[in-house]
Structures are given as C-alpha cells and as structure tokens.
Design a protein around this ligand. Structure first.
Ligand code: HEM
Length: 332
C-alpha cells in the first residue's frame, strides 16, 4: 500500500507555472517588513518549489526577452547608466553570466581569460566573444546585453555618503513606478511613495543592512501586487494602456482569468569588484484561476486581500477590485 504524503495530491498534475510560482504568503495577513533572507535556498510550497538558483529561466524566457527588446526600442529611457557606473555594469554582467553558466551547464558556458570573455547560450543560439571593459565589444553595450540574457529587471546602486543611489539600470517591467523618474535618487527618496515604511523605519534599516553586505554576498526578498492581464510592463510610462482596467475588472465576468497575483523575487547582491549593490527584480504572474487550483493559496490570498489595510491597498492600486477578488477566492 502506498501512502500519499503530498501536501496537495493534485500537485503532480499542476502545470510548471504553478509548481514553480513563488507564492509569497505564509499567513492570512500581510504587512511590510524588512523581509530579507540569504539567496539560493529552495522554498517548498504547497504546489512545488522555487528559489534554488539566482537567475531563474522558465518557459516564458524567449517571449519576455522579445517583449523587453520591443519596449526598449519604443522607449530607450528604460535603460540608463550614469557615467561613473560603467565599471559596475561590467561587474554585474560578468557576475551574472558566470552564475548562469554554473546553474545551467547544459545550455550555457562562460569563460574568461584576462579581459577576453566567451559566452555561449544555446537557448538563443548565441556564441559570442567580448572584451570586459570595452562597451563597443557587445551589441548595444553591456547593460543592454545583460538585459537580453535574463528575465530580471536590473538596478545598480552606488554607495556614497552613507546612502545608496540608483545610478544605473534596465527596467522594462516596473510594477507601477518609473525607472527614468527614479534615476539619480537615493534609497529613501525611491521609497518616498510607499506608505508606512518610513514611519516604521523599515527603509532605513533595510538600507543599513544592504550597505553592510560583503562583496559577493547575495540576499533576496519577495514583494507582491496585482496585475490585470498577462502583462509585465505596468510602468508609469504606459499607464494609459493598463490603468483604466482597474476601474472595470471588479464587475468583469472574466476576473478570475484576467486578474493575476504578481510576485517579484528580488535579489540583492554586492558586486565583487566595484562594491556596487545590484538589485534584480524577477516578476511572475499567476491568474486567480490558477491560484485557486491550490486550495491553501486560494484561502490565504483571499484572506490577505480582504484584510489588507486601506492605505496599502490604495498604494498597490488594488483598492477598487480587491473585494471582488477576495469574494471570488473565498467562495470558489
Ligand atoms: C536595493 C534596492 C531596492 C530598490 C532599487 C527598490 C526600489 C523600489 C521601488 C522603485 C519601489 C516602488 C516605489 C514607487 O511606488 O514609486 C519599491 C517599493 C517597495 N520597496 Fe523597495 N527597493 C529596494 C529594496 C528594498 C528593500 C531591501 C526593501 C525592504 C524592506 C524594500 C521595500 C519596499 C516596499 C515595502 C515597497 C512597496 C511595495 C508594494 O507594496 O508594492 N525595498 N522599491
């Protein structure tokens, strides 16, 4: 006789997008906290697991990179590198490529001799040689190239005057903020619009923690919001394309398919050579219909949405439909 010890007997048949989803809630209510933990630790969920590696490549890899490419062509302001950050971009690129080669040895390899580097990525039929430090040796320069290899958005923060400054990055999939507006701001200014975190001293404590990271150290945290449609680019710049849906989704009969829980797995890494802090944001979307296939997720998200304080719901932009979403989840 075999005993089924699986927490969710259905998990064998769940699709990858659900099994690999980084469901962020451990309780039935959610508050902000300085939720930073060491990276590279597998987290088991009721449906599967996530978090073993740094760069996560999934079934949406090529599609998301194609979307990013189009976004950057339409709006080059999504990528910016202040001049003093050029060495940090190379630091970021070489650190990320060697980590990918380690995690995906069957499809990727990275070799470096002096400044001559060779990168192979068979998922893109790519075999390319470049010179670390020479911006002209890569198509579009090193930041654009890094953004063409990973699904994560990239932010680089310089440390000066006991503060972190957002001085470079490539962000195509911002969740309701504007990268180009934030370039040049410090950590406290960036978090200016977020309710509660200043009063609760969360931002200053997080910043102090990050500035004490040792070169090469890697941490991570999750963040979440909701997105209508299978859409990663919900930046301030494209608000007219996605903002109006917030007013109509509550009464839309397709709400369970259209409304997605959006989770960001954010990595925080002190780069080994320049000491700059690299912030990677990997965004995942899962529809309420899919969430409801995992009974514990359905209940937890239903309760979190119902209980979330007004100021947090307002900031996240979910205030007009969170009741409809939680009613559906808790009734289904
Ligand atoms: C070091 C790199 C980080 C960068 C570049 C960054 C950037 C941002 C940005 C741009 C926003 C959106 C602000 C807006 O609405 O305009 C945000 C939100 C937020 N950040 Fe950070 N952040 C970083 C790290 C952290 C850390 C370590 C914490 C830990 C407490 C944190 C906590 C938050 C919270 C609570 C929000 C609100 C999220 C929401 O409710 O959707 N951030 N961050």
């Amino acid at each position: 006789m075999s005993i089924n010890i699986d927490k969710n007997p259905e998990s064998d048949v769940l699709p990858e997008r659900i099994r690999r989803f980084p469901f962020p809630f451990t309780a039935e209510q959610y508050r902000y906290s300085a939720n930073v933990e060491p990276a590279h630790k597998t987290v088991e969920t009721e449906a599967g697991a996530w978090g073993a590696g740094l760069i996560d490549i999934d079934e949406f890899y090529l599609q998301e990179l194609a979307d990013r490419d189009q976004i950057l062509t339409r709006d080059p302001s999504r990528m910016q590198v202040l001049p003093h950050m050029r060495p940090a971009v190379w630091d970021a690129l070489t650190a990320v490529l060697s980590s990918m080669a380690e995690d995906y040895p069957d499809t990727m390899s990275f070799h470096r001799e002096g400044n001559t580097c060779r990168w192979q990525n068979t998922l893109q039929n790519l075999n390319i040689e470049f010179t670390a430090g020479d911006d002209d040796s890569l198509p579009g320069g090193p930041m654009r190239f890094l953004g063409s290899q990973i699904q994560d958005d990239i932010v680089l923060l310089d440390i000066r005057e006991d503060t972190m400054w957002l001085d470079a990055g490539l962000v195509s999939f911002a969740a309701d903020w504007s990268f180009s507006f934030d370039v040049g701001m410090n950590f406290l200014e960036i978090h200016g619009p977020v309710p509660r975190v200043k009063e609760e001293n969360i931002v200053r404590r997080a910043e102090q923690f990050l500035m004490r990271l040792q070169p090469g150290e890697q941490f991570r945290r999750t963040n979440w919001t909701m997105t209508i449609g299978q859409r990663l680019d919900t930046s301030t710049e494209t608000y007219p394309e996605w903002g109006p849906d917030r007013g109509t989704i509550a009464t839309d009969p397709d709400l369970p398919d259209k409304l997605h829980l959006r989770v960001e797995v954010q990595h925080l890494i002190r780069l080994p050579h320049t000491g700059v802090v690299m912030f990677l944001i990997r965004s995942y979307l899962l529809s309420l219909t899919d969430i409801a296939k995992v009974p514990v997720w359905r209940e937890k998200l239903g309760h979190v949405l119902a209980e979330l304080p007004e100021d947090m719901a307002e900031y996240k932009g979910i205030i007009r439909y969170r009741k409809a979403a939680s009613d559906w989840l808790l009734a289904s």
